[in-house]
Write a protein that binds this ligand. Structure first.
Ligand code: NAD
Length: 382
């Protein structure tokens, strides 16, 4: 079968996320980059697209022009990735769905749960796939963790401790480039900085590893440690209670001085605990309540078959974020084209409901923190 004809909005020259999208989507031959509206600056975007080998006529000045022109072509795109700053996701995603395109959207899906509900409705009406790029979920050891929870190896889940706390913006002057500046502008990110930029990654990892858990209540406190950033928070603590009685704490921060990345998660069950860090993605710690702890490694035959199925190079070699994203792009491709498109089994992937739930979670965190951390009920908008 021919690859999915695919375009990108955003992700232009010098952007932080464009390269990994192009690389991950095309790596396995499921998607072919066919066109793009890569940049807010049309000239720069056109130059960049041509540098990538695209025909000049398919390097567009805007997503509006791109969706319109492509919809008139017999060989027009079938899917689009949205890799632009947050405030634009909703309108671009809506416009893509209205043209019957499948969408891979950067996180957050949009800024409000009302927007999320509209996108959900539209995606359903048009029967289109919308994947949301919670990229860390594509790591092999996250699949392994999910299967361990499913098989009951941890027992009943009791406690979750998650963090995404880096120190990349520890001082006011650290917002030095365009990519960082918009993250501190409420007109582009909405009412939250680190909860939306970072917190929804560990939030989705919990969902990916333990999909049976549902949040009941949330309490959140957030701070603008660098005062000039107010009202946006650059640090936050979130407590969560789940419907099975499990409790979770999450720390998100951009002012954890010295931390380079800082995404990690520990899940404590009645029989054992597991721990994973994005900085060492090829290992998963397994600590039984009694007996010796073990370090599980990527690519080893004792892993669950579904984790091994995504192995790209034998154990002992390192895989990383690019492979994790490629795994997700492969799952998006199978969702778009169907099972016959790939030798791989269809698998779970972060979808529009996960994207919508994350948007509601941000709103609930803000609602709680605006009332001094009062517990607020969480109800999914899905
Ligand atoms: P960036 O500022 O580095 O790049 C944004 C790009 O979009 C630039 O090329 C810019 O010219 C272009 N752009 C802006 N508005 C546009 C428009 N209307 N039409 C076409 N192009 C437009 O931003 P970034 O850090 O790459 O972030 C982009 C998105 O990716 C954000 O939503 C961010 O939250 C998300 N992101 C996700 C991850 C992840 O792990 N999934 C990591 C980083 C960023």
């Amino acid at each position: 079968m021919e690859p999915i004809r695919w375009g990108i909005v955003g992700g232009g020259e010098g952007s932080s996320i464009g390269y990994i999208h192009r690389s991950a989507a095309t790596r396995d031959g499921y998607f072919r980059l066919t066109c793009g509206a890569f940049d807010i600056n049309p000239e720069r975007g056109k130059r960049f697209g041509m540098q990538l080998g695209l025909e000049e006529s398919r390097c567009y000045a805007s997503y509006v022009e791109m969706f319109r022109n492509e919809s008139f072509r017999r060989d027009g795109i079938e899917a689009v990735t949205i890799a632009t700053p947050n405030a634009t996701h909703y309108e671009i995603c809506r416009a893509a769905l209205e043209r019957n395109l499948h969408v891979i959207c950067e996180k957050p899906l949009c800024l409000t749960s009302r927007e999320a509900e509209e996108l959900l409705k539209l995606a359903k009406e048009r029967n289109r796939v919308v994947g949301v790029m919670f990229g860390y979920a594509g790591h092999q050891m996250i699949e392994q963790a999910r299967r361990m929870v499913e098989a009951g190896e941890l027992g009943e889940i009791r406690i979750i401790k998650a963090e995404f706390a880096h120190g990349g913006l520890s001082a006011a002057e650290d917002a030095r480039n365009e990519s960082l500046k918009w993250r501190l502008n409420p007109q582009v990110v909405g009412p939250s900085f680190v909860l939306a930029d970072l917190g929804i990654h560990p939030l989705y990892l919990i969902r990916a590893i333990a999909p049976g858990l549902n949040i009941k209540r949330i309490s959140c406190r957030r701070q603008s440690v660098v005062k000039s950033r107010a009202p946006l928070e650059d640090n936050a603590f979130v407590l969560m209670e789940y419907d099975n009685g499990a409790v979770a704490s999450m720390w998100v921060s951009a002012v954890n001085a010295g931390s380079q990345h800082g995404l990690r998660i520990r899940i404590v069950g009645s029989k054992a605990s597991i721990e994973w860090s994005a900085e060492t993605p090829n290992i998963l710690s397994f600590e039984p309540a009694s007996g010796s702890p073990r370090v599980l490694r990527r690519g080893m035959p004792e892993l669950y078959p579904s984790a091994m199925a995504e192995d790209r190079i034998s154990g002992g070699h390192s895989e990383g974020l690019f492979e994790a994203w490629s795994n997700l792009y492969r799952r998006f491709a199978i969702a778009i084209r169907g099972k016959a498109f790939s030798l791989h089994e269809p698998s779970w992937y972060p979808d529009i409901e996960d994207g919508a739930n994350a948007v509601t979670w941000i709103e609930k965190c803000l609602e709680s923190s605006n009332q001094d951390g009062r517990w607020v009920k969480y109800e999914s908008c899905v």
